[in-house]
Structures are given as C-alpha cells and as structure tokens.
Design a protein around this ligand. Sequence first.
Ligand code: MRU
Length: 363
Amino acid sequence: MKVGGTHYRSIWRDGDSGEVRIIDQRWLPHEFKVVTLNTLDEFAVAIRDMWVRGAPLIGATAAYGVASAVTRDPSDANLAETCEVLNATRPTAVNLKWALDRCKSALSPLAIESRAAAAWVLAEEVVEEDVEINRRIGENGLALIREIAASKPEGEPVHLLTHCNAGWLATVDWGTATSPMYHAQDAGIPIHVWVDETRPRNQGALTAWELGEAGISHQYIVDNAGGHLMQHGMVDLVITGTDRTTARGDVCNKIGTYLKALAARDNKVPFYVALPSPTIDWSINDGVAEIPIEERPSREISHVLGMTDAGIGDVRVTPEGAGTGNPAFDVTPNRLVTGLITERGICEASFEGLAALFPDKAG
Ligand SMILES: CSC[C@@H](O)[C@@H](O)C(=O)COP(=O)(O)O
C-alpha cells in the first residue's frame, strides 16, 4: 500500500543487493524506518521484539530468514537450527510454524548445493501468495460492506470497528481485516472505521496510520469504547484478524478481541474474522484449551511509548515496581463469530464451514 504516495510492502528482497528489507514497525506511526535483516539473530530479534509483527508477516519473515541462513550454510544441521531458533520467537501465530514447516519439507530432500536458490524461490512464493490471499479476502469481504451500504440511505457511511492491526503492515500487503476496507474505498462505498487502540503495544496506531495514508475516514478509540459504540448503533460491522484459527473455527487474536465479540453478540452487531488459510491450525479444535498464549514482557504494560517533546520515548504509567500481567492474545469461541472471511469465500465458523471451503486441507 502507499506511504506518502509511494507503494511499499512490509517486507521485500532488494533487487540489487539481494538483502531483505523490512519496515521497522517499532517506530511507527512516529517515524518511518526501513532496516535490513542479515543474520539469523537479526531475523529472530525482528520477530521476537516486534520490528515485524502480525501473523502473515511473521511467516513471510521466517521464510526469508531461512533463505538467508541456508545461503550462508545449506547443511542439514543449519537448516534444522535455523527453523528451531525462528520457531521459538513467538508461540501463538501459527503462520510461523506453517512457513517453517513448508521450508523444511521443501528444502530437506534437495541436494545441498541447490538449497539456497530453492529457498529464495520458496520465500518469494510465500510472499506473493500472501498478497494474493489478502487481495481475495478483500474482494470477498467487500460483499458484506456492500450489503450493509445498500441498506442505508445513499451516502451514509458503513461504520466498521477493528481491533489490533490486521492491516498491510501485519501481512505483506493489503492486510486481512483492512483489505475489505480498501476494496470498499476503491468501489466508492463510504466507510468510517473505529480503530481500537489495542493496549499495550497500541497496534491501533499502526492501523490509524495506514488508514490515514490511504485517506480512509477513521477515529482512534480506547479499547473500552467499543461496547458503548455498539450499544448506540454506531458500529455496523466488526472485522478483526486472527493469529490462529482452530479446525472448528475458534479464533485466537490480539488480547481484547474476545471482549469485542461479546459486546457485538449482545448488541447484534455482526462479528467477522478475516482469515488467510495459512492461519488455520487443522490439528486442534478447542482454542481456549489448546492454543499457547504468549506472555510478553512486563515493560510493555508499565511503560507507554510515544512522541515526547524530546523525541520518541517511553514513560512509566504504573506505580514503580507494580506487578503486571501481559497475555498478548485471547480466544474467541466460534459461537461468537458470525463468519470467517477467507480467500475462498465466506463461511460459518465451524469445521463444516471451513472444510467446505478447504476440502483439500481439512483432512
Ligand atoms: C493479519 S494479522 C492478524 C493478527 O496477527 C493480528 O490481529 C494480531 O493479533 C497481531 O498481533 P501482534 O502481537 O501485533 O503480532
């Protein structure tokens, strides 16, 4: 998508140097910085410390990380170690394991000398597939927005609410939850987006920055505002992303998503989840019992990063030494999800719904 009128992806391989570049998301929306990842340690730190984040982008970064590592050393031992190190960076988004398993099973049978070239081809495949998946999610989700727009007086915007950043910064391009919004804008359908702040990492600021760059009407709200807005008829549709979706359609996403789904159910607001198929974990059913929830550092809770008079910096908001808890994700059970927007169409959040769209993967 566009930054200051120039098209960017969140990650790419530089055509001249062959190096992998990312937008370092730690500094957004205050500063736009592009950095290069070279060593395995740099790839691992970038994922763990959230220079890159969002389930699909984590997967794409891992695929590039493997390509970069096997270029230096294509041995079995290095391939195994690279996958192990990268897989340990973040536990919840299944796209990471999905990308690493794909790399391992494609590269392991190859002769050592052909692994590097094959790994770069594979990484580009993961990246291009992600862009196409998200574009299609946008086309499919557009139908929902179009239907709501048709029920409103001419020119009245469709009000959407989204949580976290499931935008193009969380994927390679388009985003998942935001792709239908960009498609609505392209189709000339007026929309307005309520953007949840999403404490503690404030991914809502990334979403607001993205939407601002695209000229989409939006307002940044605190996480606790959503229920109130829904009670007052100010939200027509909720669309969030997901980091892992179980075979029966339970959805694990950024902490606070579950509360939005509860409020949506109580207020009869449709609650949809935009779902690229690599985010489906077909091996599990019960998301609450089976998905590992990442616990992140205490400092993310005790301190808030922002623009100060002296530049970007953080300030402590808790009493010194206060105990904190920082579960980064929660699970929304399938019964609270109106539907899943996938690259193959929209389905009910159930095994039957997902299996009907993905009979080749449901097993
Ligand atoms: C298309 S991204 C879907 C999810 O990955 C997104 O909603 C999310 O929860 C991201 O969490 P993050 O901790 O920022 O990586």
